[in-house]
Design a protein around this ligand. Structure first.
Ligand code: FEO
Length: 164
């Protein structure tokens, strides 16, 4: 069984993953309207991945005898001044998620819940990859600036960017 504190923490996290999925979905939609096909596919795919992160948490909570609570998620910001602002938002969001995973790890040690500690290792690896990838993309976007030719090539290249 999960302790009450762990259950609350895991539910909060699964709702954050759901929020991530919605955030990337809204970004993908915004980018699609701007005509960046590669970036839009990347963001739609990422939205799907975040949904998988949410599902993994739901199934773990259920397996451990907990009760899942789903929040209503509202993404208010759906426009961006530029791709740079969008990827800054994305990178900041991933850093916040990493911090939250770290706090959850600390909590699982305090509660002596080593099953949850072990389960969360997958998220630790995932966050290292996601932070690295989003920082790499942001660096490239900053380097390109407003150069239309550079953005065109970046939009073609992004399909080759993978998590390591
Ligand atoms: Fe599931 Fe991008 O954090």
């Amino acid at each position: 069984m999960l302790s009450e504190k762990i259950q609350i923490g895991l539910i909060k996290q699964l709702n954050r993953e759901s929020e991530s999925s919605q955030l990337y979905l809204s970004m993908a939609s915004w980018v699609e309207k701007k005509g960046f096909e590669g970036i839009c596919e990347f963001l739609y795919d990422h939205s799907h991945e975040e949904r998988m992160h949410m599902l993994k948490l739901i199934r773990y909570i259920n397996k451990r005898g907990g009760v899942v609570v789903l929040d209503n998620i509202f993404i208010r910001k759906i426009t961006y001044k530029s791709l740079k602002e969008l990827f800054q938002t994305l990178f900041k969001h991933e850093k916040e998620i990493s911090n939250e995973i770290n706090l959850l790890l600390e909590l699982s040690l305090q509660e002596k819940d080593y099953f949850t500690y072990n389960f969360l290792q997958w998220y630790v690896e995932e966050q290292i990859e996601e932070e690295t990838l989003s920082k790499m993309i942001l660096d490239k976007i900053e380097l390109i600036g407003e150069d239309k030719g550079g953005l065109y090539l970046f939009d073609k290249d992004i399909k080759n960017f993978h998590k390591k």
